[in-house]
Ligand binder design. Structure first.
Ligand code: AMP
Length: 212
């Protein structure tokens, strides 16, 4: 049995064509079913639905043999024990700094001044501002980061941006792109040894489909 951990939403939707290229079709629709273990057309392949931030944990401890996870999540949670064979080039976006319209970001970034930054991505934000030699006070949030600059909770946010529509709708502007983000395949290292042939087959099919 090969168990693949996925999160609902963008990653699930974007991985379906890649799974298909490996001959795997998920039989249940996660939007209609409440099942957390989904069958596929391959009797020896199943899909686990887990939170995006839990995918590395499931794969690291062998609850799943492989999984698909955003680079943002990997950078935040660490990648101990995970084999990362492939950038799948799906669920692409970027992680950026955004501020309220009219906020003088350049002045706030001047060395010596202090800025408050709200984010779910504390590790990424800390590394980024440290690399610029800017001291920031970080506030950890779990969602709706856009509210922080609007309510005075923070001067800036670090968040994922795709079209930029969410920022625009909340009168925020993207002032700096920290890095591009896409989803990666992660594999449990023991599973790779014990189930080498079927796992390699999936990795190779994904690699071929990504290149196209
Ligand atoms: P957008 O309005 O298209 O810029 O999308 C921004 C919102 O969608 C933010 O709340 C992000 O946290 C979220 N988002 C954008 N891209 C992704 C992604 N690839 N994975 C997860 N969340 C995303």
């Amino acid at each position: 049995m090969i168990t693949i951990a996925l999160s609902k939403g963008r990653i699930f939707d974007d991985i379906l064509p890649l799974l298909k290229s490996a001959g795997i079709e998920v039989l249940d629709d996660p939007d209609k079913s409440r099942k957390l273990i989904l069958d596929t057309n391959q009797p020896d392949v199943r899909v686990l639905l887990v939170r995006a931030t839990d995918v590395p944990t499931y794969v690291q401890y062998g609850g799943a043999d492989m999984g698909v996870v955003g680079k943002d999540t990997l950078l935040e949670s660490g990648t101990q024990g995970l084999y990362q064979p492939l950038d799948l080039q799906i669920a692409k976006c970027r992680i950026s700094v955004a501020v309220r319209e009219g906020f003088d970001y350049a002045a706030a970034m001047k060395q010596g001044s202090r800025m408050t930054v709200a984010t779910k991505y504390v590790a990424i934000a800390r590394d980024f501002f440290a690399s610029k030699g800017v001291h920031v006070d970080l506030i950890k949030l779990y969602g709706s980061m856009e509210l922080a600059p609007l309510t005075g909770l923070a001067d800036a946010i670090v968040d994922l941006v795709s079209t930029g529509n969410t920022l625009k709708a909340n009168h925020l502007v993207e002032v700096e792109r920290i890095m591009d983000i896409s989803s990666h395949l992660v594999v449990n290292q023991t599973a790779l040894k014990l189930k080498q042939a079927p796992i390699r087959k999936i990795i190779d099919a994904f690699a071929l489909a990504v290149k196209k």
